[in-house]
Design a protein around this ligand. Sequence first.
Ligand SMILES: [Zn+2]
Length: 368
Amino acid sequence: MTETQAALFCTIVPPHVLDRLARSQDPALSAPARRTLEADAVQRTRRQLTTVAAPVAAPGTTAGEDDADRDTGADAEGAPESPQRTVHDCQNGTDLPGVVVRAEGDEPVKDATVNRVYTGLGATFELLLKEYGRSSLDGAGLPLNASVHFGDQYGNAFWDGEQMVFGDGDGEIFLDFSIPVDVIAHELAHGLTQHTANLSYYGQPGALNESVSDVIGSLVKQYTLGQTADEADWLIGAGLLAPRVTGVALRSMKAPGTAYDDDVLGKDPQPATMDDYVRTGRDNGGVHINSGIPNHAFYLVATRLGGKAWERAGQIWFDVLTGGELAVDANFTSFARLTAAAAAARYGEGAEHEAVVKAWAQVGVETA
Ligand SMILES: [Zn+2]
């Protein structure tokens, strides 16, 4: 339990990127990266201490539950059908959650960051409810809490097991982390995974955990823009990198490994297929690296099926995440087999099932 609970601290920018920035000769780049790594370490430790101090939560609460956290995706009777959002402002400090600056139903404020996060929380809630019949992350209307302006030029965003947190970036490498709606949805999706399959955060299950967040992140972006799978950019974090960076985003589901190739940031390390699977102990066993493989499989399913990716492709992935059969330590093969089974269960042995099987074969994962 400690292992999976401690894993609830999930950042959008992986440590290998920040490590590299922290070693830059340019203090304008290295200083914010070092502060970000320090803040991440403090938050990671805080999560571990919190978990150890309070391993069991009362029924009906969300922290520290084990089996109760896993549910089947069926919503509780009378679950709320509207979000309950609260956005806080850390005012560039690191005390969470900060002061409330916009609560549910409040008019937009002057701070565009606050409004973007409020809207992004709402878009994620709407996709889950309207397309998948799920009321918030826990299926019971869990309030959505976020904090903005965390830290001093903090170059990351994270889900800490209970809420989302966004930094302003340093302006040199990273801009405001609230800019891409897929980053907002990515972080929220870690909460959805936590309340459903609760995939552990190391190796292949960790990469699946990251991939599920990228999938839902991209789906929320496509949903808000009304895009088809062919129209979507399939990028995670487009608009987040500052103009000086040679790159378009943090990751590409369409072409993993091509999101950036920059003097300072290095090259996007994501593989698209099992042939290039990266064995590493860094980044929790490459959770942000090998997630490129299931990410690309989802992209292939969605584009093969065409139309709106959140409809059939997204439904299949959602069914697996919430179906109760996905193990906390699932590997790519077991996940792939469950998607094939879910496609057949919902749509029969037709185009959807075929698209799923072919996509996984293309990235080198067997479903037979
Ligand atoms: Zn993540």
